[in-house]
Design a protein around this ligand. Structure first.
Ligand code: ATP
Ligand code: MG
Ligand code: FE
Length: 345
């Protein structure tokens, strides 16, 4: 079946077309630049941008896939979590396409998309794996089984900021542009990751092993910058040292989860999985531990439409009942039940 996927939970308008595990084409628009001067995403601006972009992106993705509206067998749209008005635009568009084409609609949990997108490049996931989701709004370690059937086991989440949020906030205090993650990644290339020993939060012997905390790390960076604010802050060294602290912390915990649960596959996903140092350290540590690492290409780590189409494709192939057209957006949707079921009780 050919699935049209629509993602509008934040500032990316993503559309993807997937058929039986294969990405046929996708298109992406972003309102990123419009938020830059505010230092973060402004929901009303994002929602308006989705309204303008969603129809053209659907046409674009269809063109790239070389198919027409008549070839679509199902529509999948992000129903949450995300910015309420932003999610609503994409979900409403998805409903309209489903209704007018006479095909089923699937409301998709955004984080299920981040995980499922990896199947487009690396095939079906194994029976069990540990998933580390590191994104702009979430940082979670999950134990995954059968994506359509087995309930997601939450090993641990962040107790305060998400990893991506920490990148964005630290970039801001270093005077780097929004979004901060890519800016820090780029700047860190010229820096020394061992220049400053920033803390590795929640990694002490008495700390919960699978929980994360990043607000203290952000504060440590802020204090260091204040103390050295004589016009000569070595931005590249601070960026590299901060990035090293995040990469060290998240990969250490992910590998501990694999070891403790005797799982031989680590799935690394979400926007921060695009980070070059997080990827390199995960590769290195997985190789040492005999763990197979699965991580999508950087462009599929950040928000996109293919990830939502990938979930729709897996749902339809697992014979899951589609959603009704009165499905509501759920801006704070929690991942419960099986990964693909996401929003279904
Ligand atoms: P969520 O998925 O939790 O709802 P989101 O959709 O806003 O949040 P994503 O698109 O998954 O988040 O990821 C965006 C985040 O990833 C931002 O915080 C951004 O700074 C970060 N990010 C993107 N690229 C990189 C990179 N190369 N290095 C570090 N962080 C990055
Ligand atoms: Mg974004
Ligand atoms: Fe996301």
């Amino acid at each position: 079946p050919v699935v049209l996927g629509i993602e509008t939970s934040c500032d990316e308008t993503g559309v993807g077309i997937v058929a039986d595990g294969v990405l046929l084409g996708d298109a992406l628009a972003t309102s990123m630049d419009e938020h830059a001067r505010f230092g973060g995403v402004v929901p009303e601006i994002a929602a308006r941008a989705h309204l303008h972009a969603v129809t053209p992106m659907v046409r674009h993705a269809l063109d790239r896939a070389g198919i027409g509206f008549g070839d679509i067998d199902a529509v999948a749209a992000t129903a949450g979590p995300g910015l309420a008005t932003a999610v609503q635009v994409g979900l409403a568009a998805g409903k309209a396409y489903a209704l007018s084409l006479g095909v089923p609609l699937y409301g998709v949990h955004h984080l299920a998309g981040h995980a499922a997108v990896d199947t487009l490049e690396h095939g079906p996931l194994p029976d069990r794996c540990v998933a580390l989701i590191v994104s702009g709004g979430h940082t979670s370690l999950l134990l995954l089984g059968d994506l359509a059937r087995d309930p997601v086991v939450h090993l641990g989440d962040t107790v305060d900021d998400a990893a991506g949020e920490a990148f964005d906030k630290v970039a801001r205090l270093l005077g780097l542009p929004y979004p901060g993650g890519p800016a820090i990644d780029h700047t860190a290339r010229d820096g020394n990751p061992t220049a400053i020993a920033f803390p590795r939060p929640m990694t002490g012997p008495h700390d919960p092993p699978y929980r994360f905390s990043f607000s203290g790390l952000k504060t440590a960076v802020a204090r260091w910058v204040e103390k050295h604010d004589d016009g000569a802050v070595p931005v590249a060294d601070v960026a590299a040292s901060f990035q090293e602290a995040v990469a060290d912390t998240v990969t250490r915990k992910a590998l501990a989860a694999c070891r403790d649960h005797q799982v031989d596959t680590l799935l690394l996903v979400g926007g921060v999985a695009a980070n070059s140092r997080v990827r390199a350290l995960a590769e290195h540590r997985c190789a040492d531990a005999g763990v197979r690492l699965r991580v999508p290409s950087p462009r599929l780590c950040t928000d996109n439409g293919a990830m939502i189409a990938a979930v729709g494709d897996l749902l339809i192939r697992a014979d899951v009942t589609p959603d009704r057209l009165d499905l509501g957006a759920d801006p704070s949707a929690v991942l419960h039940g099986a990964l693909l079921q996401g929003l279904r009780p």
